[in-house]
Design a protein. Structure first.
Length: 385
């Protein structure tokens, strides 16, 4: 019996920067291709992918600073996982649905969401389409075929399955991609969703970003399997284990899985073996539960730097171009942030809007009562300022 199917096999020691046995790698950390491997995408496509990854890294760094200054309430960065996020998204059509977990919000920017809308959602201001009702980092992007993020673990699997089956029923060849983390693979929704997707041959792809930590719980504490990709086999879904810091390996595996789904072959699962370089979110302090010496050992495997090295070797990127991208993006973030931060908070009436097409008598009564209270005593936001 293969070790990954043996329930008595010892848990693999995670986190470890060494690539697990059987994992696919096309691009080495130094930017050279693995012997016999070829770049799975065109040269300009690789440049666009790198630009999206680098922009997200810069954006995350800036937003983390603003959160620590108290100007954003919450933030979850994708640092160290950009290849798993953007390379998988690059393999999709614009009409394919994305069902995000936590670190995939940058896909919306990649698909064309204006930065202003992204920042307004982080602030929950009056120009936020959700009127501040959703927590930060959960932007709405249905017009970009992006489902609003759910913080409930593993719901992405049944949601992606449902979207995929809806497309199939309508006779469309769209594919739905559901993202989860390693912790989600121990949830009931994960397994129930896989069973349904397999039984109904849903045109879906499930990407498991195994970043080694379910907040503070390491993979070795939740699974005795040699890898998480093996969990799909019991349902009849083929799976692949890839170096999640290798943008080429992630892209190639996703492209193959998407082509299979689009042609009627059914769902697939991809485990992207990566590492969460920072905190789970700004509400977390990883130094309390993990050895940051291990984190340092992962830094040479950085997915953004790895792809840049390949581009430089291919003559597609220079230090001057890097500087221009960084300075231009930093300046754009600064300018757009200033606009977004100047927008006031949603008015109190917004609490009663978007509930019914026409407000009921009870809602009107409650709204008027709140208006009278605010007029007499002021609002919490008035006190905050």
């Amino acid at each position: 019996m293969p070790p990954e199917e043996n329930p008595t096999a010892p848990a693999h020691d995670a986190p470890h920067p060494a690539l697990p046995e059987g994992a696919i790698r096309l691009l080495n950390p130094d930017g050279t291709l693995v012997p016999g491997a070829q770049a799975p995408m065109g040269r300009e496509e690789a440049v666009r992918l790198y630009e999206a990854m680098r922009r997200q890294r810069i954006l995350d760094e800036r937003m983390l600073v603003l959160q620590r200054q108290g100007r954003i309430g919450f933030y979850g960065a994708a640092q160290g996982e950009e290849a798993a996020v953007f390379a998988s998204a690059a393999a999709l059509r614009p009409t394919d649905w994305v069902v995000p977990a936590l670190r995939q919000a940058g896909i919306l920017l990649m698909r064309g969401l204006p930065l202003y809308e992204y920042l307004c959602q982080l602030l929950g201001n009056a120009d936020d389409v959700t009127r501040g009702r959703q927590m930060p980092c959960h932007p709405e992007g249905s017009r970009f075929h992006y489902l609003t993020m759910s913080s409930c673990i593993a719901t992405q699997v049944p949601h992606a399955t449902g979207l995929a089956l809806a497309a199939k029923k309508k006779g469309r060849d769209d594919v739905a991609v559901g993202y989860t983390g390693d912790g989600a693979t121990s949830e009931g929704d994960f397994h129930a969703g896989l069973v349904m997707a397999a039984a109904l041959r849903a045109p879906a792809v499930f990407v498991v970003q195994n970043n080694q930590w379910s907040i503070s719980v390491p993979v070795s504490r939740q699974s005795a399997a040699r890898n998480l990709a093996s969990r799909a086999r019991a349902t009849g879904i083929p799976s692949a284990l890839v170096d999640g810091n290798d943008a080429f390996a992630v892209y190639d595996a996703t492209r193959r899985a998407v082509e299979r789904a689009r042609s009627g072959g059914g769902p697939s699962l991809i485990e992207a073996y990566t590492y969460r370089m920072g905190a789970h979110t700004t509400s977390d302090d990883p130094s309390r539960y993990r050895d940051e010496g291990v984190t340092a050992a992962w830094r040479p495997l950085d997915p953004v730097d790895r792809l840049r090295r390949w581009l430089e070797r291919a003559g597609l990127w220079t230090g001057e171009r890097e500087e221009a991208l960084s300075q231009g993006w930093v300046q754009e973030i600064k300018e757009v942030w200033a606009r977004a931060e100047a927008v006031p908070r949603p008015g109190v009436d917004s609490l009663f809007e978007d509930v019914f097409r026409a407000p009921t008598g009870e809602i009107v009564e409650q709204r008027d009562a709140l208006r009278a209270h605010v007029e007499r005593f002021g609002s919490a936001s008035d006190e905050a300022h």
